[in-house]
Design a protein around this ligand. Structure first.
Ligand SMILES: Nc1nc2c(ncn2[C@@H]2O[C@H](COP(=O)(O)OP(=O)(O)OP(=O)(O)O)[C@@H](O)[C@H]2O)c(=O)[nH]1
Ligand SMILES: [Mg+2]
Length: 267
């Protein structure tokens, strides 16, 4: 007697990531912006980044924003070969999105990635200054150029007092407890040499502490960090994603790094 095959219910179709066209032009600098619910900002952001320098290309890494940011970016990408979009499904986290963007840039042969926020707090017109700081003509090259709010000439516009206090605390902690030689170690606006990034050994934090942790690792590998003054303007449209759970996860990641800094044998 033959046993009838056990009927198998097909696994529910997982939602695959969505991507813009795969034929990217060649290039050396890719601007990465992680987005979540930035529909009010995305079109302006893309336009301003691509206008900042004709050789730039841009990758938007969206985490399937319910407000349609990713769909809007995909529509723009269909008409502009310098814009690329990855809409991730089933993944969340600012750090993990940026890491995925940087890895995609390296895989595609870009030498440098520039990260900036998707809410227009970072001025795309500052990108060329970051790139010059990374490779100053006749000067010493750096591995990361930070857009810094805490060096002479840098500024923050529109933050309430509480944000200034918490930011000062984080940058103090990053500099003096984690030992990272940067005055604004938490800035997301940065140009990064991708061969150096690819050599960082660690798993990266998935949330907001990615930025401090990346510098911590890079510094311990002997990487060189430089800072360029920028003016940061608080978001004008859309809402912050840095809610209590996100902040708590970042604090926990930073404390873990402090533990590894001061008690490396126990970490
Ligand atoms: N892909 C992705 N992007 C995210 C995620 N969380 C935040 N972002 C993006 O990361 C950038 C920084 O987030 P913000 O919410 O602006 O955080 P913030 O600058 O600390 O807070 P604001 O005061 O609102 O400016 C923005 O472009 C967000 O859309 C996420 O989980 N996934
Ligand atoms: Mg912001």
């Amino acid at each position: 007697m033959t046993v009838p095959p056990i009927p198998v219910t097909p696994a529910p179709a997982t939602h695959p990531d969505l991507r813009s066209a795969d034929d990217w032009p060649g290039g050396s600098v890719l601007v990465v912006a992680a987005t979540f619910n930035e529909a009010e900002n995305i079109a302006t952001l893309v336009r301003r980044v691509l206008a900042a320098e004709p050789s730039l290309q841009m990758l938007v890494v969206d985490d399937n924003s319910p407000d349609g940011t990713g769909t809007e970016a995909l529509a723009i990408a269909a008409t502009d070969p310098r814009l690329h979009v990855l809409v991730r499904r089933g993944r969340r986290g600012l750090g993990s999105a940026v890491v995925e963007g940087f890895r995609e840039a390296a895989r595609r042969g870009f030498a440098v990635a520039v990260n900036l926020d998707g809410d227009l707090s970072h001025d795309p017109d500052d990108i060329p200054r970051l790139l010059v700081a990374l490779d100053p003509p006749g000067g010493r090259a750096a591995d990361v150029a930070l857009g810094s709010r805490r060096v002479p000439g840098g500024a923050i516009v529109g933050w309430p007092l509480g944000r200034h206090v918490s930011h000062r605390l984080v940058v103090w902690f990053t500099r003096f407890v984690l030992g990272v030689p940067a005055r604004d170690g938490s800035t997301g606006f940065r140009a990064v040499r991708l061969d150096v990034f690819g050599r960082l050994p660690d798993r990266h934090p998935e949330g907001y502490a990615f930025f401090e942790a990346m510098l911590w690792q890079l510094h311990r590998q002997g990487g060189r960090i430089v800072e360029v003054p920028i003016t940061f303007v608080d978001r004008q449209n859309g809402r912050s994603k840095a809610g209590p759970a996100v902040v708590l996860a970042a604090v926990s990641d930073l404390l873990h790094l402090a533990w590894r800094t001061w008690w490396p044998w126990a970490a």
